[in-house]
Design a protein around this ligand. Structure first.
Ligand code: S3P
Length: 446
């Protein structure tokens, strides 16, 4: 990193004229991580198109290279990966630097848990505060051992077990990262690994494992519980993967287009997997006009183009059961609620306290700073909407090394009287490096 890159990069976002035009958002972060990891375990060349080239995914690429995979990007932006085979990862020489990325950390701990090697995981100040026991506990039951920092956090050193012991595990927390860590550990484990998921979470790992040829089945019980069964000692076949646009990134221009009066925006090629599409449902229930056209399937994932038209929104009290399908979208949903007519009550969101930042506290503080009446609950927020009137604005907003806090308040700035200043836009590079340029394409920040 250069000296300039180490300095915070504040930026002010001001009231925008009607947003118009057609844009695409970068590749899905969850799918990008998984495509690199599984390609690195297949013997032969896999090709990945549309990979998210953000810092989080590049951290995964660097880690897979450090453990023996050959990963190259060609001039057309296609990534070519030659894998080492299931069980073939090599001892990394130095510590694996995960930066800000919880997904890289937790999924890779799963992968390594059934390899005979030792690895140290380090990360930035945000990642070093996040709980890891949710993965180290089940992986320890499979035979891996961990030496962690206080509170089970990073930096930590792990020793994988080979052979590992297959696990039958009921998820105590609705987390796709925990589910995926166990399934990835199960790949190189003799016997059957089973994960029981009482509340469904994003299913990209299951889809992609099957696509690579793993013997994985999913049974859904009458109450919606999912039972995922994976036969270990799998052999993965190289694949050609096309990564759809990230719905979690599309969320920002989507909410901006609903809120800035007169806007009409097309966001093309957005992933619409039902386990990720909760924000679209929520915004429609609030009165938002979001039309899906060209619905199709790309690389085993549903995809479509969204036409979003500025709308008058109503406050809402969403069912917490939908949380996993929009878990990363709450910060920008809170901005939508701040402009809606009436009160919105969000509850059951304890998981938001352990994301890249404590998103309940960070959003409450930021909303207050820009003049939005808000009450912070243990597990959510109560927000009084402005009824469409511009927010007062202000700042600087403390982003706490959290890309989604930065982008959510940038959207708020577009519908503010005095503008909203973000204290540091650098974290946006983890998931959406082209965010500011995309807003400019739509006519904001002229
Ligand atoms: C992710 C799962 C979610 C999500 C994260 C990405 C994944 O985390 O918040 O951004 O790719 O599996 P949890 O598993 O902690 O809910």
């Amino acid at each position: 990193m250069t000296a300039a890159a180490e300095l915070p990069r504040p930026m002010t976002f001001t009231a925008a004229p009607a947003l118009t035009g057609s844009v695409t958002v970068p590749g899905d972060k969850s799918i990008s991580h998984r495509s690199l990891m599984l390609s690195a375990l297949a013997v032969g060349e896999s090709r990945v198109e549309g990979l998210l080239e953000g810092e989080d995914v590049l951290a995964t690429a660097a880690a897979m290279r450090a453990m023996g995979a050959d990963i190259q990007r060609d001039a057309d932006g296609i990534w070519h990966i030659h894998g080492v085979g299931v069980g073939g990862l090599l001892q990394p020489e130095g510590a694996l630097d995960m930066g800000n990325s919880g997904t890289s950390t937790r999924l890779l701990m799963g992968l390594l848990a059934s390899h005979d090697l030792t690895a140290t995981f380090i990360g930035d100040a945000s990642l070093s505060k996040r709980p890891m026991a949710r993965v180290t506990d089940p992986l320890a039951q499979m035979g891996a051992s961990f030496t962690t920092s206080p509170g089970g956090r990073l930096p930590l050193t792990m020793r994988g077990a080979c052979p590992a012991v297959p696990l039958d595990y009921r998820l105590p927390v609705a987390s796709a990262q925990v589910k995926s860590a166990i399934l990835l550990a199960g790949l190189n484990t003799p016997g059957i690994t089973r994960v029981v998921e009482p509340i469904p979470t994003r299913d990209h790992s299951e889809r992609m494992l099957r696509g690579f040829g793993a013997d994985l089945s999913v049974e859904v019980e009458a109450d919606g519980t999912r039972i995922i069964t994976l036969v270990g000692e799998a052999e993965l076949q190289p694949q050609q993967i096309v990564v759809p646009g990230d719905p979690s990134s599309a969320a920002f221009p989507m909410v901006a287009a609903l809120l800035v009066p007169g806007s009409k925006v097309t966001i093309a090629n957005v992933g619409l997997n039902a386990t990720r599409a909760g924000l679209i449902d929520l915004l429609r229930e609030m009165g938002g006009s979001i039309e899906v056209i060209n619905a199709r399937e790309v690389g085993g994932e549903p995809v479509g183009d969204l036409i979003v038209t500025a709308s008058v929104l109503q406050g809402i009290e969403p069912d917490p059961a939908r949380a996993p399908s929009m878990i990363d979208e709450y910060p920008v949903a809170f901005i939508a609620a701040a402009l809606a007519q009436g009160r919105s009550v969000f509850r059951g969101l304890d998981e938001l306290r352990v994301k890249e930042s404590d998103r309940i506290a960070a959003m409450a503080a930021g909303l207050r700073a820009i003049g939005v009446p808000v009450e912070e609950l243990e597990d959510g927020l109560i927000i009084e909407g402005s009824g469409g009137a511009p927010l007062k604005g202000g700042g600087p907003i403390a982003t706490k090394l959290d890309h989604r806090i930065a982008m959510s308040f940038a959207v708020a700035g577009l519908v503010s009287r005095d503008g909203v200043t973000i204290d540091d836009m650098r974290p946006v590079a983890t998931s959406f490096p082209s965010f500011t340029a995309l807003l400019q394409t739509l006519g904001a920040m002229a």
